[in-house]
Design a protein around this ligand. Structure first.
Ligand code: GTP
Ligand code: MG
Length: 195
């Protein structure tokens, strides 16, 4: 995918703040610190566009990024981080679930999991919930640069089994392994021209 332009549009906490228009949206979800914002930056070849941090809980709002003046990438706050203030945790559920459940522009959810680990219970709950709602999703196993080729292969098979045969794409925001495969899924979901 040729990225001519990638820009931050806005942060939102409620539907009335979501961008107007009919552009397709691709949302990125997963546990805190799994690498959602890094994946967005790496796909868009735009370091620093989405704020990343080694401290979990960096992304606390729904952030909209527009690509090539067309479709949007939506960076969502991570789930499962214990040290996020209670107030934020309480608002997380309604905010993120509200977005995922009701946003008509949403065409694909990218569920990001850590290639090194078994899927987190919350990841499985998320994919089961998406499935029950008929929301299209893919699983991206990131940080795969931290594994040997053999270990990665074994873990991918395990993840694919755990996610009931869903597409699991190995990824690394460091080496950019998996970029083409993830873009293929996005382009097909958003129905855009592959430039
Ligand atoms: P929250 O917004 O806090 O939920 O986190 P996030 O899921 O957006 O994670 P973020 O992209 O901020 O990355 C968290 C940490 O993991 C950072 O220190 C990143 O540099 C690191 N990281 C992310 N992706 C990769 C990857 O593919 N490989 C390696 N080695 N490190 C990564
Ligand atoms: Mg983030």
């Amino acid at each position: 995918m040729k990225i001519a332009r990638a820009r931050f549009v806005k942060s939102a906490v409620s539907p009335d703040q979501f961008p107007a228009g009919q552009f397709p949206e691709i949302a990125f979800v997963g546990r805190s610190n799994v690498g959602k914002s890094s994946l967005i930056n790496s796909l868009l070849v735009s370091p620093g566009l989405a704020k990343t941090s080694s401290t979990p809980g960096r992304t606390q709002l729904i952030n909209f990024f527009q690509v090539n003046d067309g479709f949007y990438f939506v960076d969502l706050p991570g789930y499962g981080y214990a040290r996020v203030p209670l107030e934020i945790k309480r608002s997380w559920g309604p905010m993120v679930q509200g977005y995922l459940a009701t946003r008509a522009n949403l065409v694909l959810v990218v569920v990001i999991t850590d290639a090194r680990h078994e899927p987190a219970k919350l990841d499985l709950q998320m994919t089961e919930w998406l499935q029950s709602r008929g929301k299209p999703f893919i699983v991206v196993a990131t940080k795969s640069d931290k594994l040997s080729a053999n270990k990665l292969k074994a873990n991918l098979a395990r993840l694919s089994g755990a996610f009931s045969g869903a597409t699991v794409i190995p990824y690394s925001s460091v080496t950019r392994l998996g970029t083409d495969q993830v873009w293929r899924e996005i382009v097909s979901a958003a129905n855009v021209q592959h430039g």
